[in-house]
Design a protein around this ligand. Structure first.
Ligand SMILES: [Zn+2]
Length: 355
């Protein structure tokens, strides 16, 4: 029997369209990692050292193949000058939109990720985790919110979504998302330089906008992000929450190596759509199954997703979105054990799920 692959080889094979030894596990777990670390979330999420410590503690507990590093979804907004409210036991939020007048859009300046808080702390976390895992684990250093989500944070969600519908504001919206895309690219490239193997942006999905608006305002920036990462030798991931069945072709058009998807997206249609074009990371329910379920519930959905999504490769299993802080450790262990046992490939790419 061939020796087991290192995590980084297992994930890289999936992303290159090759068959690994078993389905790798990716854990979107920064909030759970904060709880496992102990202490105030606001202190952990503002410090590169503590972000790294918390993620390393989770990794030493679970042994997942893909570590996803972030400090919430407000980092780029904060770097651009938005006031962010951190809390002791939850994710940070935007306190106040930065852009008051439309002219403010043209005053935005691209931050240097290495010198601007909190991006510099995120990059510090990436460097520490890379060093401490000895290059054996696949690291996803996230680039935070994609163009539209960052625009929503900067100008306020209602205002931006209203402006999208108004022809006289179309150019302002385009200018803003183009700027946001440049921020994504700058952070993504900096994440790769810091040692990350890949980066992710969170895209606005069909819960917010139509596929036509996605193509007009989100797709160009997402394409630029994916192309820039690949040019720099990294892998590009895009994240989209909820049921994105009707957006799958649009998400594939970004050129991403991997789509991060929730279980609401139709798994059978998804498997057919992505075949040979991209991999999928997910599609376990972070809330109903991982946080509120039992180890048995977790095992049932893990086996279901391995069956639907894992056959023939192209799949990294894990929660489709960030695990809530109160997710039981036993549930994550059940996911890990089930993936290690039932996610093993036979020659030819079939999974032999044991009864
Ligand atoms: Zn999500």
């Amino acid at each position: 029997m061939a020796p087991a692959l290192e995590s980084i080889e297992r994930v890289t094979k999936v992303l290159r369209g090759e068959l690994p030894d078993r389905v790798p596990v990716g854990l979107h777990c920064y909030l759970l990692a904060c709880r496992m670390h102990g202490g105030r979330f606001d202190e952990i999420l503002r410090s590169g050292e503590l972000q790294a410590e918390s993620q390393l503690k989770a990794w030493r507990t679970f042994g997942h193949d893909l570590i996803m590093l972030e400090n919430g979804v407000c980092a780029e907004a904060e770097a651009l000058g938005c006031e962010i409210r951190y809390t002791a036991d939850g994710p940070p939020h935007v306190a106040e939109p930065l852009i008051k007048e439309l002219d403010d859009i043209d005053k935005l300046r691209l931050p240097d990720p290495e010198r601007t808080f909190p991006l510099n702390e995120m990059l510090k976390a990436t460097r520490i985790v890379k060093r401490e895992t000895g290059g054996k684990v696949f690291i996803n250093g996230r680039s935070d919110q994609g163009p539209i989500a960052l625009a929503l944070a900067l100008i306020g969600p209602e205002r931006f979504l209203t402006m999208l519908m108004e022809p006289e504001h179309r150019d302002w919206c385009l200018r803003l998302v183009q700027f946001c895309s440049r921020v994504n690219v700058a952070l993504g490239e900096a994440q790769l330089r810091a040692g990350a193997d890949s980066s992710t942006i969170g895209l606005a999905g069909t819960s917010l906008i139509s596929p036509a608006l996605f193509d007009a305002f989100e797709l160009p920036g997402a394409r630029a992000f994916c192309a820039a990462l690949r040019r720099s030798g990294g892998f590009a991931f895009v994240h989209s929450c909820g049921d994105e069945t009707i957006l799958l072709e649009n998400l594939l058009a970004t050129g991403a190596d991997c789509l991060e998807l929730d279980p609401q997206t139709d798994a059978e249609k998804c498997k057919r759509a992505v075949k040979g074009r991209a991999s999928v990371l997910g599609m376990i329910d972070p809330a109903q199954v991982m946080s509120l379920g039992t180890p048995d519930t977790v095992r049932n959905q893990t086996r279901e997703m391995l069956t639907l999504m894992g056959q023939g490769g192209g799949f990294i299993i894990g929660p489709g979105c960030a695990l809530p802080a109160d997710t039981p450790v036993a549930n994550v262990q059940a996911l890990m054990e089930c993936a290690r046992r039932d996610g093993v490939y036979a020659a030819g790419g079939n999974l032999r799920l044991r009864s």
